[in-house]
Design a protein around this ligand. Structure first.
Ligand SMILES: C[S@@+](CC[C@H](N)C(=O)[O-])C[C@H]1O[C@@H](n2cnc3c(N)ncnc32)[C@H](O)[C@@H]1O
Length: 278
């Protein structure tokens, strides 16, 4: 399955000079340090918000180990005049301020000059295509992304048109700025880059891997607050465990996500209205 709004990288990239001792903030400031690694360039008025959560846990370790790199472009430095103005009032009137096309344009041009191979330019925006696992998978096969984080009322439309910017939304709600959405997109993408999680199986088995939500998970203690782990999971019988998990995943998907259930049924030649012995 591919996402037709996002191009795929045609070939595997070779890594050259990986410097595993660099700390995340060093990597952020040095886009040429890790030739070949998947590269996220983030255009933002709040560069101090990065790496944020992306510097933690497995994604942060992968950043440190050079499996991907992060570079922020401070939009303020592209601003106009003594006060480095980046925004102005909306043409036609109305509340709030809009990020100027000329200012954003210079930042995008710089980011594009730093990018290599296939690097889509994405504006995090509530008007965009909703971020999903298929899109993350598709992005993980590119050479990187340029992410534009909006603020205020958004961005002058002309700059989006000029650079053929793809709009991507985190969901049907309004955030104050694009930074949280950018971090979510990067996290969802980077964890799919080979060797980042160190366990390919866990990616294969996750929710959405086959248009199904994941089955329930359990661990010790065997009984908690009077609730026991389902017997099948303790049976040691691998085929029965796999069948139980598939059955639970199908039930959950049918109950909670009719859209995914229809896609799953279409892929497997099933009738979504029929009770598949659930
Ligand atoms: C206050 S919002 C602007 C909302 C805009 N006036 C509208 O109604 O569509 C400021 C910025 O936050 C980011 N943002 C807000 N909600 C978002 C969402 N659901 N997904 C991705 N980015 C979002 C965008 O970058 C946006 O330019």
């Amino acid at each position: 399955m591919t996402d037709d709004t996002l191009p795929e990288r045609p070939r595997a990239i070779g890594r050259k000079s990986i410097r595993p001792t660099l700390q995340p903030r060093d990597l952020m400031g040095d886009p040429e340090a890790l030739a070949g690694a998947w590269q996220a360039q983030v255009i933002t008025l709040l560069p101090q918000a990065f790496p944020g959560i992306l510097g933690e846990s497995l994604i942060g370790k992968a950043l440190k180990d050079g499996l991907w790199q992060l570079h922020t472009l401070d939009l303020r430095t592209y601003g106009e005049g003594k006060h480095r103005n980046v925004d102005d009032t909306p043409a036609g009137g109305g509340a709030g301020m809009v990020l100027r096309a000329d200012v954003v344009g210079k930042a995008i041009a710089d980011a594009k000059a730093n990018a290599r191979g296939i690097t889509p330019v994405i504006y995090l925006s509530p008007r965009g295509k909703p971020l999903n696992q298929e899109m993350a998978r598709s992005l993980s096969k590119t050479d990187g992304v340029i992410l534009l984080c909006g603020r205020f009322e958004g961005v002058d439309e002309r700059v989006l048109e000029h650079f053929g910017v793809v709009e991507v939304s985190l969901g049907d709600f309004i955030l104050t700025g694009g930074e949280i959405a950018a971090q979510a997109l990067i996290d969802a993408t980077v964890r799919l880059i080979p060797r980042v999680l160190g366990n390919g199986d866990s990616i294969e088995e996750e929710s959405f891997a086959d248009n199904l939500l994941e089955h329930p998970q359990y661990t010790k203690p065997t009984v908690w607050e009077g609730r026991a782990i389902p017997e099948t999971l303790l049976s040691g019988h691998h085929a029965k465990i796999a069948a139980w998990r598939k059955d639970m995943a199908e039930r959950l998907t049918k109950e909670r996500r009719p859209d995914l259930w229809r896609a799953y049924c279409a892929e497997h030649g099933l009738d979504p209205e029929e009770d598949q012995e659930l």
